[in-house]
Ligand binder design. Structure first.
Ligand SMILES: [Zn+2]
Length: 220
């Protein structure tokens, strides 16, 4: 099994947190209106993340000031397979110097540890989804018994389901004694050929593995 590793966004440095591309008189006026203080954008007014990068945390109960901003995004052009810069209007949420206080070393460490854990579990989940999307067992997941604790067993296969999976009526020899169901091993062997897997057992493992991954995604 291959897992996809996603690029990690680098943490902002203090210098980056203080640098901006442009200055806005309107934003300063907006801060004056909302807060009644003389805090200046890009000197006393930053986003939560930019304050954090400078060693400040937002005081409990403080509400963000909303400022209009232009955001930039990279969008992939599927025709040329290149990325293009796009701009769109958005709201920025910022806090002025009166709303923040220096972080204690302990508070900082605790918050960063919590965020790192959340970030890693998010990355792990995204990698699982990617892997699942190309997994040879992904369409068999619905036949894996998953009630309660994961069991990793295949349900009984109805003839209709077998037809849907293989695209043909099951051979007489493949039918189970009740003739409403099909023996999995016949279907698995056929799917193995189609999917380039070694044998029916490998298809069964793929189904179980995909089910396990889906369980994990759903639980996260
Ligand atoms: Zn202020």
């Amino acid at each position: 099994m291959t897992t996809t590793s996603l690029p990690r966004r680098p943490r902002m440095t203090e210098q980056e947190a203080k640098s901006f591309g442009r200055y806005s008189q309107q934003n300063a006026a907006q801060v004056m209106r909302e807060r009644g203080c003389a805090c200046q954008p890009y000197r006393d007014v930053y986003t939560f993340n930019r304050w954090r990068a400078q060693g400040y945390g937002v005081k409990k109960g403080e509400k963000a000031i909303r400022l209009p901003t232009v955001r930039h995004d990279l969008k992939e052009n599927p025709d040329t397979e290149t990325y293009e810069m796009i701009r769109h209007f958005s709201w920025g949420f910022v806090f002025c110097r009166h709303q923040v206080q220096p972080w204690s070393a302990q508070a900082r460490a605790e918050t960063q540890a919590r965020e790192l854990a959340a970030h890693e579990s998010q990355e792990h989940r995204a990698a699982l989804v990617e892997t699942l999307a190309a997994h040879p067992g992904r369409d068999l997941v619905k036949y894996v018994a998953r009630s309660g604790e994961y069991k990793g067993e295949l349900h009984q296969l109805t003839t209709a389901a077998a037809r849907a999976l293989t695209g043909a009526d099951p051979a007489r020899a493949a039918l189970a004694d009740d003739t409403d169901h099909v023996r999995w091993e016949y279907v698995l062997d056929q799917l193995a050929g189609e999917r380039g897997l070694e044998d029916g057992q490998a298809v069964k493992y793929a189904a179980e593995e995909a089910a396990k991954m889906l369980n994990e995604v759903q639980a996260s």
